[in-house]
Ligand binder design. Sequence first.
Ligand code: ATP
Ligand code: MG
Length: 561
Amino acid sequence: MENQTKPRHFIQRIIDEDNISGKFENRVHTRFPPEPNGYLHIGHAKSICLNFSIADEFGGKCNLRFDDTNPIAEEEEYVHSIQADVKWLGYDWEDRLYFASDYFQQLYDYAIDLVKSGKAYVCELTPEEIRETRGNLKEPGKESPFRNRSVDENMDLFTRMKNGEFPNGSRTLRAKIDMAHPNMNMRDPVIYRILHAHHHNTGDDWCIYPMYDWAHGLEDSIEGVTHSLCSLEFEDHRPLYDWYLEALDVYRPQQIEFARLNLSYTIMSKRLLKQLVDDNHVSGWDDPRMPTLSGLRRRGYTPGAIRNFMDEIGVAKRNNVMEMTKLEFALKSDLNKRSQRRMAVLNPLKVVITNYPEGEDELLDAINNPEDESAGKRQVPFGRELYIEQDDFMEDPPKKFFRLGPGREVRLRYAYFITCNEVVKDENGNITELKCTYDPETKGGNAPDGRKVKGTIHWVSAKHAINGDVRLYDRLFCVPNPASKENFIEALNPDSLTVINECKMEPELAHSEIGITIQFERLGYFCKDPDSNDNPIFNRTVPLRDSWAKIEKQLHSGAKN
Ligand code: ATP
Ligand code: MG
């Protein structure tokens, strides 16, 4: 719906035009083509949302295709996690799950066609020699001494490459294009390399593997893709993409490039993320501090929030960096609508209600979600002994502190007004307990005499509370662009995880489901972690208030002074 009121982005406009000209007979067919060499991150979500939503909008199709042409980095585990993540985001490739490796025979046959037409040759330069003879932006490259071999000789050598007669790196198949081409990608690029390696899908069937540029366009062509959407770094590869398809005279999809999503204070590269995992800087790919989809899911992000964010930031042709706070804003507006409210006290301070009858307790009505009436109500137990947040009491409160202090009255959410009469301390002067009185007339949180209190605080009943741990997360990195550092590991934030044990939680939280995000009133959104056992563990998804934005503001204004 939203798309109709928003200005159409450049890819939608290109497809509109293609549909008018009939370029693809009004078909729209996209694909999301991950390489299974790691878990998906939030950057991939941009590509997923774009490809699937374009197909959806135009009544077309979107394939999930694994670009598994590099046996060395690829693993089954990643194939599974990627499918789970795309599904979790809410997209369905139906029966169109493809693997580039399923096309290995066809890609090889295409290469034979190219050899036969004199447009490819077997080169015996080493990878270093190929690099050295490529030239640079100012100077043309040097032609390989093997460039003008006969078709028969090339056929013979290429077949023997395939049959495993040569060691790794000893030969390549190269396209015969132009060593003086201004676009370096066109200087006789490598099509096949020799790699005696086990492949996750094809096992030991192959010892030559196609290069990305060769494989990608042909995969798109085989699948009948119309619009091949990829990120900007492939713009310079488009002429090669087109050259291969033209040289083979096969169906030609249109490659269109868009800007990658970059987010501040994190990294967006599977290779670097893998390093964090392998070197134990995080607990795994799904560590809630990771920008991976599995990490965000464990942290409590919703697919709806991620889709809304992608919709809001749109699609552009120029690279830029998005503020993490923007993603968090989309998250909070989604969670605000969906999340049930509960009460939990992270740093408990005991309160004894001295005029509440001993040994008694009662159940009070609490609203599950003020944004969603259908979420209904629940009952929370109240009694003589409670816990409140240490932060919500000050012995000597400054002017603007409206919470509890000696002689002050506040509202306990869904419960009563209480007044603090006495502060109990231990021998070191630490506050251990507050003695308060409650006004039984204020049940539900309003005084019949109309008197007002300025503060409302959350609480839990000491007798009924369950214990639980809470994991608070901060930015994984201390600098806005860690990938630009020589050693990005040094930019890791040492305080990115804080664990608080023995938090006091309302009993309902014992039943909360893993993966369902809840608002702890006044504190933020929290999601039960899969590591929970009898002792529940809650990950803080995002605080309610934007403490980081505030800190940054202070830093910036500090820098100006
Ligand atoms: P990485 O460097 O993280 O491995 P990649 O581009 O090599 O990224 P692929 O698995 O090849 O990873 O990516 C699959 C698709 O996702 C590609 O079409 C790619 O353009 C797109 N993609 C990857 N990262 C981003 C990003 N940050 N923003 C938008 N699209 C992205
Ligand atoms: Mg890649």
